[in-house]
Design a protein around this ligand. Structure first.
Ligand SMILES: Nc1ncnc2c1ncn2[C@@H]1O[C@H](COP(=O)(O)OP(=O)(O)OP(=O)(O)O)[C@@H](O)[C@H]1O
Length: 217
């Protein structure tokens, strides 16, 4: 599970205080995938980063009782001057996994051909998204954090391969997915929430959350 206990987070922009969460408490239970609806710019990425432990709350506590992934698309753990081969093998070791397996898995999923042995810095945005997604799938997590659905790659072959592995994985894992569009959450959410005025309003179904979200809009 992931538990937010009285969590507050805000940013000072130089002119105003931008409140993301104001003493928010909620839990993500194992087996109950959560979809969070929030308009753009209201704090979806910040909440994901706090779930992953990449950002700290100003006050309160975030507790994790499971293996929580980094947010899908996060590139912070990747060294840009190194190749995908080097990065995948290094990250495999950090997670205590077989480097040969993680490298072979990523190589197959990414379809980057000779670029797999070139520095990540030479990749396009789409190629980076493919590599980051492949890494996420190569590692084993109990809870997967997904920002705005599947990464936007135009590579149909990649989407087919990665999508089918992700769907299989998600049958067993729990997902937290954030989006400004209710439709993106449909395939995953067993419960849903709306981020509004620094609070996360939890609902048992996406339909209920959608009603509040669309009423607000
Ligand atoms: N380090 C920071 N310093 C100041 N303001 C920040 C910082 N990080 C985020 N913000 C602001 O906090 C708000 C929420 O940011 P966040 O990226 O979490 O939103 P989001 O809902 O994921 O946005 P989007 O949907 O556009 O990606 C934005 O107004 C953003 O400018």
């Amino acid at each position: 599970m992931i538990e937010f206990d009285n969590v507050s987070k805000s940013f000072w922009t130089g002119q105003q205080r931008k409140v993301i969460l104001d003493r928010a408490s909620f839990r993500v239970e194992m087996g109950r995938s959560l979809g969070i609806l929030a308009p753009n710019g209201t704090g979806k990425t910040t909440i994901m980063n706090m779930m992953a432990g990449l950002e700290k709350p100003d006050e309160g506590e975030v507790r994790r009782g499971a293996r929580v992934s980094f947010p899908l698309g996060f590139m912070g753990g990747v060294v840009m001057k190194n190749t995908a081969t080097e990065n995948s093998r290094y990250i495999a070791r950090l997670y205590g996994l077989d480097p040969d397996y993680v490298e072979a898995f990523c190589r197959y999923i990414c379809g980057l051909e000779e670029y797999f042995d070139m520095p990540i810095a030479t990749y396009s945005q789409g190629m980076r998204a493919r590599f980051s997604f492949a890494l996420l799938l190569a590692l084993e997590f109990d809870i997967y954090l997904i920002d705005e659905g599947m990464p936007s790659t135009t590579d149909a072959e990649f989407n087919r391969k990665a999508g089918s592995i992700l769907r299989d994985r998600l049958k067993e894992a729990t997902v937290v997915i954030v989006s400004h569009q209710p439709k993106t959450l449909e395939a995953f959410a067993r419960q849903a929430a709306v981020l509004r005025d620094g609070r996360l309003h939890m609902f048992d179904s996406l339909d209920e959350a959608r009603r509040l979200y669309e009423y607000d809009a």
